[in-house]
Design a protein around this ligand. Structure first.
Ligand code: HEC
Length: 701
């Protein structure tokens, strides 16, 4: 970041600040955020700085001292699904969010709760959340705390009291939109996107006035399906660039996708905001666009002017996406020498498996290389910037077993960058996935609309086949050299869905894992130098701060997210435990209370039968239930349906599946989608899977 701009911004904001009485808490403004890197005590925005490097200059906790790291304080929350938030710390107050978009403020030194806020999201919204009812955190600006709620509201809270200052609905709530991402504030505007492309929505980013909640501008990432202008910042560029890249009718029913559900970064020098856009809706390009056209601006990094949403440039990582290869993954800015020249770059490891280094002024491709083994493309053409696809990868005629899966080679889990090492630490994964065209696809409003045959994802029966797939599924913490485009070191994890990363000037890289181990690695060579068992899975990235000369490391704990819902086939039985915030410091001796594990429910299904059809139930289960209850009824961290007392009678089952008895907890009524007979067939199928599992267990004994 250039000195001159900081000074320029300083003078401008100081002049402004001088005439206004400041807020009591949450004193974040353009000056502080622009200079955030030097302010090691605080962590004022999602990725710590506008560059989103997640690198802290703090050194008290380092390779020599880390062995003394212990718990300073902890807090237990009232939600037991995935916790994805990065806690922010501003002048002694820690702000975080939990599942179901609840916001909490704590004294960052003592852990004493200051206030909390529950937006009371209707449990029904959980149905539209492909990837769990998670929330990745808040933004803070000029005395207010901003949270995007799962139901599409953007809410501004008083940073001192937690009282609502304003609230706006940012989406058409009759559509399956959700918000899980953290807002960012740039020059007095709150930036917020949304998700929902698996169900059928049109993606966009909106900017709201931070003080009043009035919308300033909106940028749609796909053309208007009715062919008319939106009166939005994107109108001109969509007409110029995107129009001829979409074909057929499929996308018109869904809106095409391209949701801006996670990554943003900002360069104050160039005054450019970078956003990442999501996958196509439906996934299958044949079904979405008749198999023709690049479908701009899906799966792209798009550079915009934050004042008005004007387009600057875009780079499409996966043209004509057909695999759910989003480019919403962490966007990170850095400066480095490449071929003897100092370059200002933007970096991303999107789902498609390639690590991209682009010039951030122009979007020019500097280099791209796959960071995990992939099957769908052999490389990226240096001239065109396009992937070189492998014939058949698009599964038009035959199913394709592909790597990466829709989970990506890397998902939302934040990376971190160490300028000391010039390494990007990527929480990566290798997961294969069977893509198969859904010959019978028709759009069903509000439902899972991906255009691939979900039966291809039903795991093969039998131990050998399951073991073979399991052997391929691994997590990796990769220390990636972005100049050489190769790994310097890699740590392998037994389960593929692990946590976000933090890098520090203490030469440490912190990452939690699916098994619940929070570990510190030597940033230079990946050797493990410290670890702590949380007894719950970890997916969130930690943040770090200092108060009164002591360095703290804050971590949200609680397993969940997309993969544990749909494919957590191979994790040992994981109980649903309440989420926690655990804060560490050197010499910390606080005890985290034990979490008693519930007795594993034993149900006796002897003599329990169903009049339903197992075959029908198999297909219906995978079309309707597997995204949350796991392929082949695997028993995720949601209730394991194979051992659910709801199986005991047709009435029990109906009360939940058709009558919606568990709606407030996110299990909607399926009465709009299934007849009672169909629901009963699913029960018959689950009963058969349950009997199979029991027999397998008996054999194993
Ligand atoms: C959007 C995610 C989602 C989908 C899709 C989904 N469920 Fe659920 N289901 C849940 C959640 C969350 C719970 C737990 C609710 C609670 O906290 O009690 C649940 C609970 C249940 C239970 C109660 C289990 C018990 O022992 O308490 C049954 C039965 C059930 N689901 C059946 C189904 C069936 C059948 C389908 C497909 C027709 C389905 N679910 C689809 C999210 C989902």
């Amino acid at each position: 970041m250039g000195k001159f701009t900081i000074i320029g911004a300083l003078t401008a904001s100081l002049l402004l600040a001088a005439c206004q009485p400041g807020p009591k808490a949450g004193k974040v403004d353009a000056v502080r955020l622009t200079a955030a890197d030097a302010d090691s005590s605080n962590w004022m925005s999602y990725g710590r700085t506008y560059s989103e490097q997640r690198f802290s200059p703090l050194t008290q906790v380092n390779t020599d001292t880390v062995a003394k790291l212990g718990v300073a304080w902890s807090h237990e929350f009232d939600t037991d699904r995935g916790q994805e938030a990065t806690p922010l710390i501003i002048d002694g107050t820690l702000y975080t969010t939990t599942n179901w978009s609840k916001v909490y403020a704590f004294d960052a030194k003592t852990g004493a709760p200051k206030w909390s806020y529950d937006p009371k999201v209707d449990g029904k919204r959980g149905f539209s959340a492909c990837c769990d009812t998670v929330n990745r955190g808040v933004a803070v600006w000029n005395g207010m705390v901003y949270v995007g709620a799962l139901d599409g509201r953007l809410i501004a809270l008083d940073a001192e009291t937690g009282k609502v200052k304003w609230s706006v609905v940012t989406v058409d709530q009759s559509k399956p939109y959700t918000i899980t991402g953290a807002p960012r504030v740039i020059k007095g505007k709150v930036m917020i996107g949304n998700g929902g492309a698996e169900y059928g929505v049109r993606g966009y980013l909106s900017a709201y006035d931070a003080a009043t909640g009035k919308m300033a501008w909106r940028f749609y990432t796909t053309p208007n399906p009715e062919g008319k202008p939106d009166g939005a910042a994107s109108d001109k560029i969509l007409a110029e660039k995107a129009k001829g890249t979409w074909f057929g009718e499929g996308w018109k029913k869904t809106g095409g996708g391209g949701t801006v559900w996670d990554a943003m970064a900002y360069d104050p020098d160039l005054d450019i905001l970078y956003i990442g856009t999501g996958n196509g809706s439906p996934w299958n390009h044949l079904k979405r666009s008749d198999g023709k056209g690049d479908n701009l601006f899906l799966s792209s990094i798009v550079a915009l002017k934050p004042d008005n949403g004007d387009y600057v440039w875009h780079y499409q990582t996966t043209p004509a996406d057909s695999w759910d290869y989003t480019a919403t993954q962490h966007i990170m800015l850095a400066e480095m020498d490449i071929d003897g020249k100092a370059r200002k770059v933007v970096m991303q490891a999107p789902k498609n498996g390639f690590f991209y280094v682009l010039d951030r002024a122009t979007g020019e491709l500097i280099s791209a290389k796959n960071y995990i083994p992939i099957t769908w493309a052999t490389g990226v053409d240096q001239k065109t910037g396009r992937p070189i696809e492998v014939p058949g990868a698009r599964y038009e005629k035959n199913p394709a077993l592909a790597m990466p899966a829709p989970y990506g080679g890397h998902n939302w889990h934040p990376m971190a960058y160490s300028p000391k090492e010039n390494l990007v630490y990527i929480p990566a994964m290798t997961v294969p996935f069977g893509y198969m065209d859904d010959g019978k696809y028709t759009h069903q409003q509000g439902k899972w609309n991906v255009g691939i045959d979900t039966l291809a994802t039903a795991l093969p029966d039998g131990d050998a086949a399951r073991k073979a797939v399991k052997a391929m599924m691994k997590g990796h913490l990769i220390a990636w050299d972005p100049v050489a485009q190769k790994a310097r070191w890699t740590v392998e994890h037994p389960y593929f869905w692990n946590a976000g990363v933090l890098a520090t000037a203490g030469d440490l890289v912190f990452q939690g894992s699916a098994e619940g181990v929070f570990a510190a690695y030597n940033a230079k060579d990946g050797s493990k130098v410290w670890s702590y068992k949380t007894h719950n899975g970890i997916i969130a990235a930690p943040s770090t701060y200092s108060i009164d000369g002591e360095q703290y490391i804050a971590l949200m704990v609680g397993y969940g997210g997309a993969a544990p819902l749909a494919a957590n086939v191979f994790l040992p039985d994981r109980q649903r435990l309440p989420g926690r915030l655990i804060v560490f410091k050197l010499g910390g001796t606080a005890k985290v209370p034990e979490q008693p594990l519930a007795e594993k429910m034993q149900i006796d299904l002897t003599g329990v039968t169903s009049k339903g059809s197992v075959t029908d139930g198999f297909a219906l289960y995978h079309a309707n239930c597997s995204v949350c209850h796991g392929a082949s009824v695997s028993g995720t961290y949601l209730p394991d349906l194979k051992t659910s007392p709801m199986l005991l009678s047709a009435e029990n089952w109906k009360s939940v599946v058709i009558d919606g008895a568990r709606q407030p907890m996110g299990m909607i009524s399926f009465k709009d989608y299934l007849t009672n007979d169909q629901s009963e067939s699913i029960r018959a199928y689950v009963l058969s899977e349950s009997a199979k599992a029991k027999a397998e267990m008996a054999k194993a004994k």
